[in-house]
Design a protein around this ligand. Sequence first.
Ligand code: SF4
Length: 308
Amino acid sequence: MITLSEYLIKTFGTKVYRLSLQTGCTCPNRDGTCGIDGCSFCSAGGSGEFAAPLLPIDEQIREAKKRVDAKFPKNTAPEDRRYIAYFQSYSNTYGDTEELAALFRETVSFPEISVLSIATRPDVLGDDMLPELAGINKIKPVWLEFGLQTANDLTAERFGRGYRTEIFDDTMRRVAEAGLDRIVHVILGLPGETREDMLNTARHIAKLKPEGVKIQNLQILKGTRLAREYARKPFHILTLDEYADIALAFLRELPDNTVVHRLTGDPPRSMITEPRWCVDKKKTLQRMNEVMNAVSRQTDSGVSGKRK
Ligand code: SF4
């Protein structure tokens, strides 16, 4: 099991940073198609608080670069910088297929873009969009990211996901057949979930063999429905140690070649209500590095006994 940064260096021979971009799509879980309130934990920004404003794509890329370029080593020439074009907020295949495909094609035409990464819902990835994305995948790698959060339909109903897990399973198979990479986003510590529920989600995902996973602990953000529910009736929020312990057990259930894209959420500090330990990013990252090292050691020594 390797981290995303290790994978990117291995694949592209250099550091590659995400540019947060927007398609302008909304979400069927907010526009009334399958809900109006969205998922209970989702902020007004549709889980994409750092995206560049909705401008023509060349301007979005230019603006987004200003936010990340300081991360490159000082001696990296601008022409050597590489990026992931990341359409994160809302559901980025929920719109006119032709227009979206044209936007994605234009995005990968910029030489500095190494990967096109699209976050969406499995219930809004139409059969007409997949061949378009498969075509773009021949030019630059295309990653599709799905917010499953849990494989337990009862938990999903409780937070208002708006689609059943079987739809996710079917979409994962269709995307694999189209030859695109699949990244699954999971939240650990959702209200009502036991440790066994979370590990069942890991086992469920493992069977589908996604190329990557993103996991994070449940965070209660200001202004969300979850924040109101928590204020009315507080429930248990994972401590850092509890989260690290479950994250480790979760990753151990996945195939060894799964790329770990993320082990923490990263909303603006000012939005976090609970847990307060998330605000201490240094300590959180240190603990998550320990988790990743423990998984990597186990993978290297071949003692995991996991599915391949
Ligand atoms: S599907 Fe995504 S964008 Fe839509 S409400 Fe849920 S978390 Fe927010």
